[in-house]
Write a protein of this length. Sequence first.
Length: 657
Amino acid sequence: MATYNPPYTVPAQGIEKKSGETAVMRHFKFADKLLDHPDQIYTLWDLYLNGNKAGGDNPFLGVRRIENGEAKEYVWQSHKEVRVRVENFGKGMLKLGLGRQKALGIYAINRPEWTISEQASYRQAFIIVALYDTLGAEAMEYIVNQTEMEYIVTTADKLKNITQLKDRLPTIKHVVIMNSTVDSTEKQNAEQAGLTVHTFEQVEALGSEITEESALPTADDIATICYTSGTTGVPKGAVSTQANCVAAIYGAAAVGDIGTFAQVTSTDCYISFLPLSHVFERVAMGLHVYRGASIGYYQGDTAKLLDDIAELKPTVFCAVPRLFNRIYDKVFAGVKAKGGLSSYLFFRAFNSKKSYLDKTVHHWLWDRLVFGQVRAKLGGRIRFILSGSAPVSPDVMDFMRICFSASVYEGYGQTENFCGGCLTLTNDNTSGVVGVPFPCSEIKLVDVPDMEYLSTDKPQPRGEICIRGHSVMREYYKVPEKTTEALDADGWLHTGDIGKFDETGRLIIIDRLKNIFKLSQGEYVAPEKIEGVYQKHELVAQAFIYGNSLQASLVAVVVPDKDTFGNWAKNLADGQDIYRSDAVKAELLKTLVAFGKENDLKGFEQMRAIHVSSEEFSIENDLLTPTFKLKRETAYKAYKKEIDDLYVALSNGRSFN
């Protein structure tokens, strides 16, 4: 099969030049040298030691003090203080019987104990396995049993969940509670179920009594098994070694040092709120740990996130498109509501800065006069912003650069390569691209003839994105057949994403190989599964589910069952055409969403807007294959106007068109 490797050294227009080199040239000249990790940075423990030395007595992990239910200032532990806790906790877990290369489950929101558990695991070569509520009970059972997990570190509010699932989790023996106290009744119930409950502080105290040192970790030790949320069937566990994780984190730091990405130093402050169960946040946190920076945690409530940010005043902000979209909508709604001179001045400043975005994100007048209040929403100190996990709209990217006067980067990666895919380049404010490969990775495009994507396409080659390099996972845990599907004999990870390279070697994501797509909040959706649920309802003959990766919601084209729909709809229609009546559409949507909930569809899997069609999908109108499978690309083209109208209707607070 034909493949394409991009011309990395082609000069990039609009990208800063230094000494006659473009940033792309500089990036890849460096990448060619980064075949192995220099400076004795081989394990995640090496990364931590570097950060611990750089941070010293400076603040490291911070949480907000709560007084009478109200959040106050951030309270900090220094790098030196945390180092003692990391060492003690690791030794304490050894004392409890957890062995090298055995699973340690972490089931909690982001907080200092998450990070301490993580770093202690890297030191003692435990295997971090993150658990989270959106997995569901069945997936959690599968993960715990597959990894033969005996130890879970969690928060007090999760103990009851674990106790109730104990019959399905026979391997679990020890639960370590991050909080200083545990409800006595819940602890008693857990112990009656066969669990031994410890507090985090008790484990640290156990470890403090141990003076002998255990063997150091190796680069080939498994660091973590990250389970994908899955779209159908059980989740898959991507096995990443310490070297795999180091490659992505060190690579991000190294390109910061040479100026093709933002440089993180010990003076930076990071707000941690993205789930640590996902690799995007693990890499972002790892970068700040490595540099000895400060990390402040949110309270655990996203509704209070902006208040946490205002108090912390971070210098670095990593988030997903869904949050950026909310900020975008809120700012523009506020501007339009003010109207008059204020609105006029905002849009004049906005358009003025936009016209110069290819040169700078700063303006001597507008940044102070107009955008100061917007910038204050993220604390007023943001140096750079990184978006990941799903595509972000070019308009929103431009908005972030203009209103926050900060460099805005976009990253591309997967669980399977620990996010070590692509990063956009410093001073390249082109929207819609995901940049160039991490220095630890190679990328090629492979022909997909069935979808008419070819590496020979002119002027821009297209194909399935394949990645090979140091950050690519070792395997899927205990499922060799899935590993073989994802990793070919030459070590290339087949991502399932379709991309193209522009004339400068930057990657652009344009499609998805399989009928699986990602919504803007990063959730994967399998439309066939959802259609299968809705089509079980007596009112539905056929359904076509569609999700735009720049949107947070699904929309649907539904063909009702003619035998049942007419009688059901005629009273609701009040004399109108039953296929056009707004009342009928609203009630049908309500009915199907309730049915979906009864059939265990998750919230993000439910359609939020509906178009009702009287024309069936058929072979004759080219919407079905000869084997009666829906032709998705053809269906999208046929209903593009209706789908676009549905998304407009959603933005206006309606759910049909």
